[in-house]
Write a new protein. Structure first.
Ligand SMILES: *Cc1c(COP(=O)(O)O)cnc(C)c1O
Length: 360
């Protein structure tokens, strides 16, 4: 039977599920994971923590993940406390909860594209109308145009992604401030998705610095990228405590398992070792930018752990397939003539660059 013959919501007809290919290849450089596994001492500590949590698995976990939120607040600093933090199964669940509270039928959300496709997909899944705003040719956001779009469209939620995925572009705080002001005028919430913040080049300020004056601002982060914990599914946000009170209305009771909470808290104890791989990843990112530039391929400057580049001749599908025959899996995000590659370990990055040279 075809699922379309089932009585699914009319507004879901015609959508396609999120589908980054999960192919078993020697060089998986397509989903912006950290190429380094968790350090051995963290793995050992995780085993201990999970074993301890397992002794009380007959009980529901702490519904409010209070201890984890405190640890996350300590990590983010900026004067934040547990009351400013919220955590869920990946920042995707955090985003879904935000849309469930502030979006929904009859409401809308705007994002400035190209950007993270899940913002649109989660909006649609929560029956929130999606408005496609645009970035400039260099993938920055023009604040005057963003303000005009917000004032005209009057969305309930504004999504900003910085550093942006798939382009790697970080956003000036001035642009975020301008968007916040416009959003205030139409009583919209502003979500700044900082999934890649730890990879930003020195001097890139976080939107966390804007939280004290902006009760409508929500900054989302994840342990999936810099923290090398994509498999654990932990994402979080920082916002005014009132925002977290609002999220409690829609979160499922006990949404974050005791095992997940224990794993996340243990990882945060090893934050220095975990983030120790970030510089190595950034070095490979910068190497990709340099080498692609030397090959004559136009590249977008990146503050993330990936590089978005122009494919000579414009046939990104053909190049993607050719690289795959070399065991290198990168990402075609559906933008004609462009591909995105995640920075790997040094040998992985070398494999990508060598394969690319052969394919061109
Ligand atoms: C990878 C990514 C996320 C992370 O999603 P998780 O659910 O936390 O794994 C969030 N936002 C952006 C822009 C991303 O690229």
């Amino acid at each position: 039977m075809d699922y379309r013959d089932l009585p699914i919501r009319d507004d879901l007809r015609g959508l396609t599920p999120y589908g980054a290919p999960q192919i078993d290849v020697p060089y998986p450089l397509n989903t912006n994971e950290n190429p380094y596994g968790p350090p051995a001492e963290l793995v050992a500590d995780l085993a201990r923590a999970v074993t301890e949590a397992a002794t009380t698995l007959n009980r529901y976990p702490d519904r409010d993940a209070t201890e984890l939120r405190k640890d996350l607040a300590d990590y983010l600093a900026h004067g934040l406390t547990a009351q400013n933090l919220w955590a869920a199964n990946g920042s995707n669940e955090v985003l879904q909860q935000i849309l469930q509270v502030f979006g929904g039928p009859g409401r809308s959300a705007i994002g400035f594209e190209p950007s993270y496709s899940m913002h649109r997909l989660i909006a649609l899944a929560t029956a929130t109308e999606w408005i496609s705003g645009l970035r400039e040719g260099d993938y920055t956001l023009d604040s005057a145009k963003a303000i005009a779009a917000i004032e005209q469209q009057r969305p309930n939620i504004v999504f900003l992604t910085s550093p942006n995925n798939p382009t790697g572009t970080a956003m000036d705080l001035d642009v975020i401030r301008a968007v916040l002001k416009a959003a205030d005028g139409v009583e919209a919430m502003v979500v700044v998705d900082e999934a890649y913040f730890e990879f930003a080049r020195p001097g890139t300020p976080s939107a966390l610095t804007l939280l004290p004056e902006n009760p409508r601002l929500i900054v989302t982060r994840t342990m999936s990228k810099a923290f090398a914990m994509a498999g654990a599914r932990v994402g979080y946000l920082a916002a005014d405590p009132a925002v977290i009170d609002a999220l409690l209305l829609v979160r499922l009771p006990y949404h974050l398992s005791a095992l997940t909470q224990a794993a996340a808290r243990t990882a945060l104890k090893h934050v220095t070792a975990l983030l120790g791989t970030v510089d190595a990843v950034k070095a490979q990112r910068d190497r990709i930018v340099e080498e692609l530039t030397a090959l004559g391929l136009p590249v977008v400057p990146s503050d993330a752990n990936f590089v978005f580049f122009e494919v000579p001749g414009g046939d990104q599908k053909a190049l993607w397939e050719k690289l795959l025959t070399h065991g290198v899996l990168i990402r075609d995000v559906g933008i004609p003539g462009m591909l995105r590659v995640t920075a790997g370990t040094e040998p992985e990055t070398t494999a990508f660059l060598d394969a690319l040279k052969e394919c061109l």
